[in-house]
Design a protein around this ligand. Structure first.
Ligand SMILES: Nc1ncnc2c1ncn2[C@@H]1O[C@H](COP(=O)(O)OP(=O)(O)OP(=O)(O)O)[C@@H](O)[C@H]1O
Length: 256
């Protein structure tokens, strides 16, 4: 195994079968450290199932390793402790708690519930850095339930940062976001990738064009194409799958 692939996410012959149906059907993917990899594909292509397999939510065969550590066969919390963090399409923050309390809980900083619920002046450095990165430092005492949609997604990413996740798997992070929120999120991905590996499942092609470094296209449980944004957009196989005919602009990808 090369040093590079050992350090990043390395998936080999990944298969997930539901009642005889292969939702992920023998996929190989390498995401090197520092990449911002977008995984796209039509509905039902197997994108979420692939991430579910990597994070221990569904059983899979083959191999998925990060930093040289095999993930398949481990429990969800163990995978989490190995530095794998994941967000879902709907943000899963504690709405009745503040931004800071949400981050505290994610960080598991060892305080009892009463201490956590008290407002306080000193904030652990990791939590302060995360709040800064996600742009919520001034909103630290706001209840998460009162945040804008985009801010909730950022808070969820912040919760992964305080856990020091080294691999961030983000499921449609900009769904439902405004234009400005998308731009901010895209910039955040670039910032995060300096110290982490970022994998984004996404349908939004404008967002992909602006912020993906590399792209993997999935279709019917398999990897259809991979490369730069320009390479996959120019791939006739990708155009065929999205538009039903080659030669058309791939601009409509994701509008389905
Ligand atoms: N728990 C399950 N049991 C049975 N089939 C499932 C299960 N989860 C997913 N599938 C099927 O596996 C296939 C892949 O689903 P998956 O959600 O991974 O696709 P996707 O690429 O993420 O699609 P979308 O873009 O719509 O989220 C689909 O045909 C789906 O119906």
């Amino acid at each position: 195994m090369s040093t590079e692939s050992a350090a990043g996410l390395r998936i080999r012959d990944l298969r997930v079968v539901f009642d005889g149906f292969a939702a992920v059907d023998g996929v190989d993917i390498d995401v090197p450290p520092g990449d911002v990899r977008f995984i796209i594909g039509p509905n039902g292509a197997g994108k979420t199932t692939l991430v579910d397999a990597v994070t221990g939510l569904v059983k899979a065969s083959g191999s998925a390793s990060f930093g040289g550590q095999e993930l398949l066969g481990r429990k969800v919390h163990h995978i989490n402790r190995l530095g794998i963090g994941r967000t879902f399409q709907t943000a899963t923050v504690f709405e009745e708690l503040t931004v800071l309390q949400n981050l505290d809980i994610a960080a598991g900083t060892g305080r009892g519930p009463l201490t956590m619920l008290r407002r306080r002046k000193s904030v652990p450095e990791g939590v302060a850095q995360a709040m800064e990165a996600i742009g919520l430092a001034t909103a630290r005492n706001k209840l998460a339930g009162t945040l804008a949609h985009g801010q909730k997604q950022w808070l969820e990413i912040g919760m992964l940062l305080v856990q020091d996740a080294k691999l961030l798997l983000l499921d449609e992070p900009v769904a439902g976001m405004s234009h400005d929120e998308r731009e901010t999120t895209g910039e955040l991905l670039g910032l995060l990738s300096k110290e982490r590996t970022v994998v984004v499942i996404e349908h939004d092609m404008d967002f992909l064009r602006r912020f993906a470094r590399t792209v993997t296209v999935m279709h019917a449980g398999r990897k259809l194409s991979e490369g730069s944004v320009a390479q996959v957009q120019a791939d006739p196989k990708v155009q065929e799958v999205y538009l039903g005919h080659a030669g058309a602009s791939a601009a409509a990808v994701g509008e389905a």
